[in-house]
Design a protein around this ligand. Structure first.
Ligand code: GSH
Length: 217
């Protein structure tokens, strides 16, 4: 298995995270997204992804693009526990809502981050930030209702690919100039997500490893 990957991409990170959680070994093909723009090269457009986007997964000779599609594929194929993409029509319908939301976060919060961090000045930064805040408001309202009922995750009793898909660009929103101060339920969820025992982070997203006094002594 091969992942066409860029270290600083939140969309690539979601895939790396699920691969890690499922203990699926995968070779990484580093694509020079910035400053090389290798994802727009003839090679990449012709042989990897005509949309010129990362991530792309290659497994058993099949090329899969789109982070959310890859999460569905990996969980369906490699998660024998069924936790990450449960076999339940209602849960799957709800998960799909948040997979679509993850793409909305890519169009808004991720674009704002590319603008601020990598100088992608072609984006309308005010529109990106406004769109991101609207998406984060929907997430925060949903999570506030869930938390009031004693739930932690977006769907069901355990984390699913819905949480993985929405997590990175919510966690990195500040890198696009978007404060999370107005989204307390979302911040609580980010903390819970980062506190999972098998969690791995990326640049800008740290794991929370809670140590007892005994463990760290
Ligand atoms: N819907 C796609 C969007 C992927 C995406 O926008 N990836 C970024 C990197 S994080 C990219 O390749 N951007 C280049 C472009 O859109 O031209 C997904 O979820 O994978």
């Amino acid at each position: 298995m091969k992942l066409y990957d860029y270290e600083l991409s939140g969309n690539c990170y979601k895939v790396r995270l699920l691969l890690h959680l499922l203990r699926v070994p995968c070779d990484k093909v580093a694509v020079d997204f910035h400053p090389g723009r290798q994802h727009k090269s003839e090679w990449f457009l012709n042989e990897v992804n005509p949309l010129g986007q990362l991530p792309v997964l290659e497994d058993d000779g099949q090329l899969l693009r789109d982070a959310q599609a890859i999460l569905v594929y990996l969980a369906s194929r490699y998660d024998s526990s069924g936790q990450w993409y449960p076999q339940d029509a209602r849960a799957r319908g709800e998960i799909q809502i948040w997979l679509a939301m993850a793409d909305e976060l890519t169009r808004t919060a991720s674009a704002a981050r590319l603008h601020d961090a990598l100088g992608y000045t072609q984006f309308d930064i005010q529109a990106c930030r406004a769109g991101a805040r609207a998406a984060l408001r929907v997430l925060d309202d949903h999570l506030a209702q869930r938390q009031a009922l004693g739930h932690t995750w977006l769907v069901g009793a355990a984390p699913t690919i819905a949480d993985i898909a929405c997590f990175p660009y919510a966690a990195l929103a500040n890198e696009g100039g978007i404060s999370l101060d107005a989204f307390p339920a979302l911040r609580q969820w980010l903390w819970s997500f980062r506190s999972q025992p098998d969690f791995i982070g990326m640049a800008g997203i740290m794991a929370v490893h809670l140590h007892t006094a005994e463990a760290s002594a």
